[in-house]
Design a protein around this ligand. Structure first.
Ligand code: RP5
Length: 164
């Protein structure tokens, strides 16, 4: 199976990124985690992106906050799908990173998830890999069935408390 590359701009992003790692573990999807910065280590970020396809990656997830150019920089240097996680920072509540990540020019898209939406970044990565992997697609379907069951159990509990 292709790997998912999880790149964060700083190790301070790790508490957010851990939610993506957990989802990939749940699905037994292989991954690598790295810290590369579009601004602090641009050469290393570029080299990783350029070699990602031949290094057996299928999707790249990039998490960055503030002037978040990491996902865009990766997208510029690979034709693999790149998913961006805008990370919330203190000053602007993540709106800075959201706009920096989502507002890409035509031809170089970044699939941007919600601010701190790391779990959904991983779910989207699994969905992308699931296009060519029916076993993985079935696991996704099973997860949705069990998630739906959990919601209906909550509905039953709330209904029992408030509905006559
Ligand atoms: C971004 O700047 C990183 O992705 C991080 O979210 C933010 C702050 O980085 P540190 O100053 O905590 O290293 O590049």
């Amino acid at each position: 199976m292709k790997k998912v590359g999880i790149i964060m701009g700083s190790d301070s992003d790790l508490p957010v990124v851990e939610k993506a790692i957990k989802v990939l573990k749940d699905f037994d999807v292989p991954y690598e985690v790295h810290v590369y910065s579009a601004h602090r280590t641009p050469k290393e970020a570029k080299a990783f992106a350029e070699l990602a396809r031949e290094n057996n990656f299928g999707v790249i997830i990039c998490a960055a906050g503030m002037a978040a150019h990491l996902a865009g920089a990766f997208a510029a240097n690979t034709t693999l799908p790149v998913i961006g996680i805008p990370v919330k920072s203190a000053a602007l509540d993540g709106m800075d990173a959201l706009l920096s990540t989502v507002q890409m020019p035509t031809g170089i898209p970044v699939a941007t998830v919600a601010i701190n939406g790391a779990a959904n970044a991983a779910f989207l990565a699994v969905q992308i890999l699931g296009v060519a992997d029916t076993e993985l697609a079935k696991k996704l379907n099973d997860r949705r069935v069990s998630d739906a069951k959990a919601v209906l159990e909550k509905d039953a509990a709330v209904s029992a408390q408030f509905n006559n």
